[in-house]
Design a protein around this ligand. Structure first.
Ligand SMILES: [Zn+2]
Length: 627
């Protein structure tokens, strides 16, 4: 249950009084408790509250706080009994499950369904309510054709932290809903990373009542610690003083510092979308395998303290800050962050990584914010130097691949684990289906990319309308798994095929291993489709250097090199300007972050000159006053 407007403050007593007054006796209310940024209503008769949802929406419109219905502990059946009840209902419908996860802290269970989507709809429409009544648990369903290691890891961590989480959710609620200490309002932004550079995206929003961190990344292609991590040495306060962390999306340059934050003592909430939690966990586990800079316990702490939020819902995260997440079109679950400060005093939008343009898998970024005065926007492609447009890209890519296949060569495409790799798998599948690309061509991926790909089906509701409809109506798999062949570090690819492996900038990992395998074959090709950071091996090769050194070994490249730029899931120069000019009401101030200095500088001057909006770029560390 949610509200979508901001409103005046209300005291906790008023809120509780309104709740008690609004709910009739039949609602079976047993207690009201804070649950992180929500107010949880425990009920012995959840069916009544679900069936009479109007009562709740009226109440929520009055109190203007997030409310969740929880089932009273006394009505929840045991795990065994609940599983039996669920199977008895699902078996006759031929619905197959790959598991059921019970979250005791929330009284909520998730049924992972493997086979039919029509069945899933049927479950939701007809028997979900019966299942809630008979089991006494709140019920969610998710599509999961296979058991995913990361999801199992997260579910186990959540299961082992039930008592701690119950306490933690209450403590967060107490802080969020406490009375304000001051009536006046102030806000400033302190840049800690990702301004005038790409990597370690991180800044701090300081208001009278709160300190909130937006993104928390590391710069994996920097060697010096001072450039690798966000500049926490500049903040002048301890990690315990931070009230919340908000994550825009899972990529390591926006999240990689989170486990370090917990290693050094942070114990507050992490807000992100539902898919971002497993996607970033996948990246942390992968990073942890190769760098022992933090422990698995630090990753577990990120999971325990994460509070996934839906998009478009107003959430109080401190006494003077409300948060709404909007789709940013960049990767699965990526968001632009809308921050409402005080009582309508200031609105800040931080875009995160932004795609203002449709891709094959995701919807265009949202741009319709109720209010925004300050915009912090990425400027990765803040200059007009991209030769290809997205619509020209597919034919260029397919022709490039076909050419290499005709020669009998292999293709290496270095990709990130999440985002471009799935966009590419989806695109290749599409062209294999229509015959433009050899239907028998094998696509080699590593374990992490395969798992991230499956996660796109688990959270299909975050994909574009078109893809979602395809999944729901045609009941098909959107990725052609039978053509995907799994690779590991010992694999050899000695026949034509497409190798999609991380890292995208050839910083390490399997892409460097397979580069060594194909580098002296003049028939084979490296295709770059993502932005190559300055100083990376990828950039060196892309700009034409054929003699490179990898781990002390000198290599002379004989393979072909092809860079296709239009594939990017970042907005190009024109899309960035179109996005900024689209926002209404007219912005008071624009700040460019996330981009090499020359590009953010160029974009800032374009916004000033072309759009006539006050625009600047910041570096690290710098501070500006918003209010
Ligand atoms: Zn990103």
């Amino acid at each position: 249950m949610e509200f979508t407007n901001f409103d005046n403050e209300q005291s906790s007593q008023n809120i509780m009084a309104t709740i008690l007054k609004s709910l009739p006796k039949e609602s079976g209310l047993t207690k009201i408790e804070y649950e992180g940024p929500s107010i949880a209503l425990y009920s012995k008769n959840p069916r009544f509250l679900i069936e009479n949802s109007q009562i709740l929406s009226n109440m929520v419109n009055t109190i203007r706080k997030r409310v969740v219905i929880r089932t009273d502990e006394s009505i929840r059946k045991s795990r065994n009994d609940s599983t039996r009840i669920i199977q008895n209902h699902l078996l006759p419908l031929k619905v197959k499950t790959t598991g059921i996860f019970f979250d005791d802290a929330l009284g909520e269970l998730t049924i992972y369904i493997s086979n039919s989507f029509e069945m899933k709809n049927q479950i939701e429409n007809n028997i979900l309510l019966d299942l809630v009544t008979e089991t006494g648990w709140k019920i969610k369903t998710r599509k999961s054709t296979v058991k995913l290691a990361t999801i199992q890891f997260i579910d186990k961590v959540l299961d082992n932290s039930t008592d701690y989480r119950i306490k933690f959710y209450k403590e967060v609620g107490d802080k969020v809903f406490r009375t304000k200490l001051s009536n006046s309002c102030e806000a400033s932004v302190l840049t800690l990373g990702g301004f005038g550079e790409i990597g370690r995206s991180c800044f701090l929003l300081v208001t009278k009542e709160s300190k909130i961190l937006l993104d928390c990344g590391i710069n994996t292609h920097e060697e010096k610690a001072l450039n690798y991590y966000p500049r926490f040495d500049m903040t002048g306060f301890t990690l315990e003083e931070i009230d919340a962390v908000i994550i825009s999306h899972a990529h390591i340059d926006h999240t990689g510092f989170l486990p370090f934050l917990f290693k050094y003592g942070y114990r507050g909430p992490v807000y992100c979308t539902e898919p971002t939690l497993p996607l970033m966990t996948l990246l942390f586990l992968d990073y942890h395998k190769n760098h022992e800079l933090y422990s698995e316990d630090d990753i577990k702490n990120v999971i325990i303290h994460s509070m996934p939020l839906s998009m478009g819902i107003v959430t109080d995260i401190s006494p003077d800050v409300k948060l709404v997440l909007y789709n940013s079109g960049h990767i699965l679950g990526s968001t632009s962050i809308h921050i409402h400060i005080g009582n309508g005093n200031h609105n800040l939008v931080y875009t995160g990584d932004l795609k203002f343009g449709k891709t094959n898998l995701l919807e265009n970024a949202s741009w319709n914010f109720p209010r925004v005065e300050t915009l912090i926007i990425e400027g990765t492609f803040g200059s007009k130097d991209l030769p290809h447009k997205r619509e020209e890209t597919d034919p260029i890519l397919i022709e490039s691949i076909n050419q290499t296949f005709r020669d009998g060569g292999r293709i290496l495409i270095p990709v990130p684990i999440i985002g471009l790799s799935q966009e590419l798998i989806y695109t290749l599948t599409k062209y294999q289906e229509d015959g433009s690309l050899d239907p028998s061509a094998e696509i080699f991926v590593d374990k992490s990319i395969l798992e991230a790909t499956y996660m796109h089906e688990l959270y299909y509701d975050y994909l574009s309308k078109e893809v979602k409809t395809k999944i729901l109506n045609e009941n098909i798999s959107i990725f052609n798994y039978k053509h995907l062949k799994l690779l590991n570090s010992k694999s050899k690819v000695d026949k034509p095929g497409i190798i999609l492996v991380p890292s995208s900038m050839l910083i390490g990992g399997l892409s460097v291993k397979f580069l060594k395998q194909i580098h002296n074959d003049p028939l084979s090709k490296i295709i770059f489709i993502s932005n190559q950071g300055t100083g990376t091996l990828g950039k060196e090769i892309q700009t034409g250097n054929t003699e490179v050194t990898i781990n002390g070994q000198q290599l002379k490249l004989k393979c072909k090199i092809h860079a296709i730029h239009g594939f990017s899931n970042h907005s190009d120069y024109n899309q960035l300007l179109a996005y900024i000019s689209r926002l209404k009401p007219k912005l008071k101030r624009v700040v460019i972050n996330h981009g090499e200095k020359a590009r953010v500088q160029n974009l800032a001057s374009s916004v000033n000159k072309i759009l006539n909006i006050q625009c600047q770029y910041l570096l690290v560390p710098e501070a500006i006053k918003l209010l």
